[in-house]
Design a protein around this ligand. Structure first.
Ligand code: ZN
Length: 178
């Protein structure tokens, strides 16, 4: 084999390009290049003969053995990214949680107001509560005794067959024959 000189352009295996590319010999020892610069990617590395076993093959073998072909590896990366996205969106939902609890607080306030309205109605309306009956006739401010909601007061009528009744737990729209 002829000897090499610094500055000579030779074919060598590039570890970055993973291919045989043109290289500029940067340093020689005993007529053999020891350091070369790849003209394709510009990386400076140890000289590897073009016939040297290509690294990609060896890597592919290892990857296939481990069950991670390139396609699988890419797929795993995509899955990992999606998992990260999911975690990020879950974190965002957690951050949004205070808003939900504010809504809950609002509904609790409404429930309290309802209960106050109900208490006032119970205190001011004198009369006997009529047992609720979906065929019964009720008037506004009439007291109704419901088996589930307890005592309530009729607040609004929706002829021909509905009425709103304020109970301790809130206003319920009930059937009636108003
Ligand atoms: Zn290269």
């Amino acid at each position: 084999m002829s000897s090499f000189v610094t500055g000579q352009i030779i074919e060598a295996r590039c570890s970055r390009c993973r291919d045989v590319t043109g290289h500029v010999v940067m340093a020689c020892l005993d007529g053999m290049p020891i350091k070369v610069e790849c003209r394709a990617c510009g990386s400076v590395h140890k000289y590897a003969a073009p016939s040297a076993a290509p690294r990609p093959k060896a890597e592919t073998t290892v990857r296939v053995k481990a069950g991670h072909g390139r396609a699988e590896a890419v797929d795993a990366t995509v899955k990992a990214e999606k998992a990260v996205e999911r975690m990020a969106s879950m974190a965002a939902e957690k951050k949004a949680a205070p808003r939900i609890s504010k809504a809950e607080q609002a509904s609790m306030r409404m429930a309290e107001e309802n209960e106050q309205r109900w208490s006032q109605a119970m205190a001011t309306i004198v009369g006997t509560a009529e047992p609720y009956n979906m065929n019964g006739k009720f008037a506004v401010r009439a007291l109704v005794e419901h088996p589930v909601f307890g005592t309530g007061v009729v607040v609004e009528l929706f002829p021909p067959d509905k009425m709103d009744v304020l109970f301790r737990e809130g206003v319920k729209r009930l059937r009636c024959a108003c």
